[in-house]
Design a protein around this ligand. Sequence first.
Ligand SMILES: Nc1ncnc2c1ncn2[C@@H]1O[C@H](COP(=O)(O)OP(=O)(O)OP(=O)(O)O)[C@@H](O)[C@H]1O
Ligand SMILES: [Mg+2]
Length: 485
Amino acid sequence: MPKAEEYEIEETEEDPEEETDDIEIHGKKYKDKIDGLTEENEKFQADLENQAMVIEALKAPPQLIADVYQVHKDGTAIVVVDNKFYRVRFHPDLKGKLEPEMTVSLHRNSLSITQIIDPLEGGLIAKVIETLPDQRVKVAQRGDEYIIRTRKTVAKGDTVIVNPSVSIISENLGRQSTRFLLEQVHETPWTSIGGLDTVIEKVRETIETPFAHPDLYEMMRKRMPKGMLLYGPPGCGKTLMATAIAYNLQQITGGGTTAGCFLRINGPEILDKYVGESEQTIRELFASAREEAATNNHPVIIFIDEAESILKTRGTGISTDIYDSIVPQFLAEMDGMAKNKNILVILATNRQELIDPAILRPGRIDLKMEIPRPDARGTREIYSIYLQELPYDKEVRKNAEQSGRQPHDYLAEVMATWIFRDRPEGEYEDISGATIENSIERAKGYAIKRAIHDKTKKPELGHGDLVTGWEEQSIETEKLGGNKK
Ligand SMILES: Nc1ncnc2c1ncn2[C@@H]1O[C@H](COP(=O)(O)OP(=O)(O)OP(=O)(O)O)[C@@H](O)[C@H]1O
Ligand SMILES: [Mg+2]
């Protein structure tokens, strides 16, 4: 029975193959177990090591952070910590890797450098005033000047981040052009200025003509104007005039209204904001203008309002050291402007006698325009500008019609005649465009108030409103010690 035989054989005789299988299964089981245990053991080991590291880290003394100032071949380096310099050793692994200006951590006790770390963000802001040979630069920080050796590429005018001892430049922020931004001049046609016809005529002749006909100037080799001084009492239109010049020049030179061409800066702002850097600021102001004029090929106006605050006569006692450096810088910039025909400097002041005469010399700011207080005619013109297209009351409309004039012209005439009634000289020491405009604003307020009280009526401006507006404005001006300077 071959079948039974086969069975018996199977039962009695040990199959060597099966035996091997068994061992393998057992072996694998143990192996898996061992593997599992090993893995677990490794995890415990790692956990333990982690714990040990945490304990170690928590127990470790704090590391100091320093900036590397110099690296020497003898395995030492000079580092700056807390405004102090130390000569320290560094880990041999750092040889060849350590460089000046890097940020490192120091061992608390030995102060030796243990590690290079990422630079800290932040620090003090300084300005590069000059680049010097041997990778050195002169920077200004809070009015003081420092020399720093740096491997970074920096240029004059760049803003840099320095460490507290101003010995290392940690970052170069590049040129910060936010200081002098071109201003969009709002629409200021010549017709928005009242009572200054003669001045406007002269300004247009001197400033607009060269830009409108540069070819003729070229042929005649006539100098382009470099600048002008607008002087006169407060509130009479100096700033307004400068804005109008910029606006109209923009129109002529095709800049349209999109291209800005007005770099406005207030004298006191230069002093306050850029203390100790005023000279540098002047340099930058002109540099920005040059850059803008060259890039967009249109004229740029540098407008320095309240110019007396920075351009005071040097060495007179009224000036301090500050002016002794700003004025020469300004003169140098003016003299260097000959090559650049696209820049125009306008200074405004109500203390022209304080301005250093060298600035006003021919070839520099040689055009001086007085912006006087309005006389009766000027007053009428200014009233007329600000009274246009308003709702007037019945009486005004009737009287205007009878006199054959527009209501705003009529009212302007009446007001100017009344204000100058006792002034045969035509002079009024407290009047200005600003006070006139302000008195009209008050008058409008009364008309609005009436309309609020009596809801059946629309606001309408009357002659009485203007008179009260003027009187109240005058009382206020007087209380404030007049409108003189
Ligand atoms: N001649 C004028 N025609 C029309 N408005 C004028 C005139 N003068 C002054 N104003 C009005 O008064 C405001 C103030 O004038 P502006 O700022 O030009 O005076 P300023 O001469 O620069 O004075 P400050 O010396 O105080 O700087 C102007 O914005 C304008 O609204
Ligand atoms: Mg002004």
